[in-house]
Design a protein around this ligand. Structure first.
Ligand SMILES: Cc1cc2nc3c(=O)[nH]c(=O)nc-3n(C[C@H](O)[C@H](O)[C@H](O)COP(=O)(O)OP(=O)(O)OC[C@H]3O[C@@H](n4cnc5c(N)ncnc54)[C@H](O)[C@@H]3O)c2cc1C
Length: 290
C-alpha cells in the first residue's frame, strides 16, 4: 500500500512523530506513522498492511533506537474493561493501574501485584510482568489475539509463562484478555498497595524517566546487585546514567538520546561478562533497524 493511502484508512494516525513521547524513557527515534486503532477491526486492518509493524502499549519496556519503513501501532485507544461477576474482560491497551483501581471499585482483589508497573495489559502479558509476589498470568483465564489475520483465543494452559517471558510470538498481537478475580477484602488490598508503593519509592528511581529493570535477573542472582557490586552505579553516557538507587535501572537525567542509552546498556553487559562471566539478557525490548 502506498504511504499516502494510509491516510484513506480512516484510522486515527499521526505523521512524523518522535517516539520520546510514546515511551517512559522519554527518549526515542522518529517514526513516519503512528496509528491508534480503536477496536479489533481497525487493528486487523492495520495488521493486514504489507508494511512492517511495531506494536506499542505504554512503551515502558521499550527502547526505540531506529525505525525505517516500519509503522507503529499504539494500543492505547483499545482500553475497554468489562466485568461479568468475577470475570474481567479487558482490552490490550488498558493500563494496569486503571484495571487495578476498577477491580477494587468492584470489590475484586487479585490485581494489586501490578502496583507501580506502568504498562498495559498487552505489554504485561508479553513479558509476564510481575511484582510484589505476583504476575499478570496468575489469575489469567485466556488471551485473545490476532495470528496471521485470524482471531484466536488461547487458554492460559496453551501459553507458556515463565519469569519475564511468555510463549506469545512477536507475530501474534494481543487484543484482549480474561481474568478470574475474587471478591475480597478491599481495605486490606489498599493497605498492601500503599506498602508496595512506599517500598518502590524508597528503592527505585521513580522520579526520573526509565524503563524499569533493564536486564532480566540471572536467577537466583539479581542483575542490580551484580551491577552494583562492580561499582557501576552512576556510570553514564551523556544524560543516561546507571541509577544510584537501583543499579538495574538506567535513568534519563534530561536529554539522553536512545544511542546513549544503548551504549550504556552494552557497556554494562560487557563489564559484567568480563568480570563475572555472566551474560545478562535484556528485559527491555530494543527496536533498532539501523
Ligand atoms: C518505573 C518502571 C517500573 C517498572 N516495574 C516493573 C515491575 O515491577 N515488573 C515488571 O514486570 N515490569 C516493570 N516495568 C517494565 C514495564 O512496565 C512492563 O514490562 C510492562 O508490562 C510493559 O508494558 P507496556 O505496555 O509499556 O509495554 P511496551 O513497552 O509498550 O511493549 C513491550 C513489548 O510488548 C509488545 N506488546 C505491547 N502490546 C502488545 C500487544 N497488544 N500485542 C502484542 N505485543 C504487544 C511490544 O511490541 C513490546 O515487544 C517497569 C517499568 C518502569 C518504567
Amino acid at each position: 500500500m502506498d504511504k499516502n493511502d494510509f491516510e484513506s484508512l480512516k484510522i486515527e494516525y499521526y505523521k512524523n512523530v518522535n517516539l520520546s513521547d510514546y515511551c517512559t524513557w522519554r527518549s526515542g527515534c522518529n517514526v513516519s506513522y503512528i496509528f491508534y486503532p480503536k477496536n479489533t477491526n481497525e487493528l486487523k486492518t492495520l495488521l493486514s498492511l504489507k508494511s512492517k509493524k511495531y506494536i506499542v502499549g505504554n512503551g515502558s519496556n521499550t527502547l526505540f533506537i531506529s525505525l525505517k519503513d516500519t509503522i507503529v501501532i499504539s494500543t492505547k485507544k483499545m482500553k475497554s474493561i468489562i466485568f461479568e461477576n468475577e470475570i474481567l474482560k479487558v482490552e490490550c491497551g488498558a493500563s494496569l493501574s486503571l484495571v487495578m483501581s476498577k477491580c477494587l471499585n468492584n470489590g475484586l482483589v487479585g490485581f494489586e501485584f501490578s502496583t507501580g508497573i506502568p504498562g498495559t495489559i498487552g505489554g504485561a502479558l508479553i513479558t509476564n510482568a510481575g511484582a510484589n509476589g505476583g504476575t499478570i498470568s496468575d489469575n489469567l483465564i485466556s488471551v485473545s489475539l490476532i495470528d496471521k489475520d485470524k482471531e484466536v483465543e488461547l487458554t492460559k494452559e496453551e501459553i507458556k509463562f515463565e519469569y519475564r517471558k511468555s510463549s506469545i510470538k512477536p507475530s501474534q498481537v494481543i487484543t484482549s484478555a480474561k481474568f478470574k478475580l475474587i471478591k475480597g477484602d478491599v481495605v486490606k488490598a489498599k493497605e498492601n498497595i500503599n506498602s508496595y508503593l512506599k517500598h518502590r519509592n524508597k528503592t527505585q528511581p521513580v522520579k526520573l524517566p526509565s524503563a524499569g529493570s533493564v536486564f532480566r535477573n540471572p536467577l537466583p542472582k539479581f542483575a542490580g546487585q551484580i551491577i552494583e557490586d562492580l561499582g557501576l552505579k552512576g556510570l553514564s553516557e551523556g544524560d543516561a546514567e546507571v541509577s544510584r538507587l537501583h543499579a538495574n535501572y538506567i535513568v534519563n537525567k534530561g536529554n539522553a538520546n536512545p544511542d546513549e542509552i544503548f551504549l550504556l546498556i552494552e557497556k554494562i553487559r560487557k563489564e559484567v561478562l568480563q568480570k563475572k562471566g555472566i551474560n545478562l539478557l535484556n528485559e527491555v525490548k530494543i527496536v533498532n533497524e539501523k
